[in-house]
Write a protein that binds this ligand. Structure first.
Ligand code: CMP
Length: 144
């Protein structure tokens, strides 16, 4: 089989995980899962920051609550790179609803509700490009 495409994706260790002190365990899973971390920083989003990041969810019933949750403390956005990084990171995360997440996935282990679901990942190359640019400039991203 030919090797997969090298992609970049945007991951966030959400405020619930940072507050619980499991960011390190999640980073270990990223590195052991074959993804390289090219950029990372702690960000405490304002309501406007969260609203802009989740703009595609504006019409969803959970939008306001999601924005409040994402601003309750610092989160840890990261740029990840690797073969098929977008899908690979989604596989490591598990399903959005932690009750449906496969055993061994990050959400199965660390999420506590559908909202406080431990981590976020871009769902397409287009969202990855938007989301990476939302948190990082080209100078923040360290290719290796
Ligand atoms: P995330 O992958 O960051 O994308 C949107 C977020 O909305 C999702 O993870 C959850 O944290 C949150 N959310 C809250 N309620 C729901 C819901 N009913 N369905 C999907 N996502 C939800």
């Amino acid at each position: 089989m030919s090797p997969g495409k090298i992609e970049r994706t945007l991951a966030i260790i959400k405020p619930d995980s940072v507050a619980k002190g499991v960011a390190g365990q999640i980073i270990t899973r990223i590195e052991q899962g074959g993804l390289r971390i090219l950029a990372a920083r702690l960000v405490h989003m304002s309501p406007e920051d969260a609203a802009g990041f989740y703009i595609v969810h504006t019409d969803k019933p959970f939008y306001r609550s999601l924005c409040a949750f994402m601003t309750q403390g610092p989160c840890l956005p990261m740029v990840l790179e690797g073969e098929n990084a977008i899908q690979r990171w989604r596989d490591l995360m598990g399903a959005t609803d932690f009750r449906k997440a496969a055993p061994g996935t990050i959400r199965a282990e660390f999420a506590s509700s559908i909202e406080a679901n431990a981590v976020h990942g871009a769902d397409s190359p287009e969202s990855a490009a938007f989301e990476i640019g939302y948190f990082f400039s080209a100078l923040d991203i360290h290719s290796r």
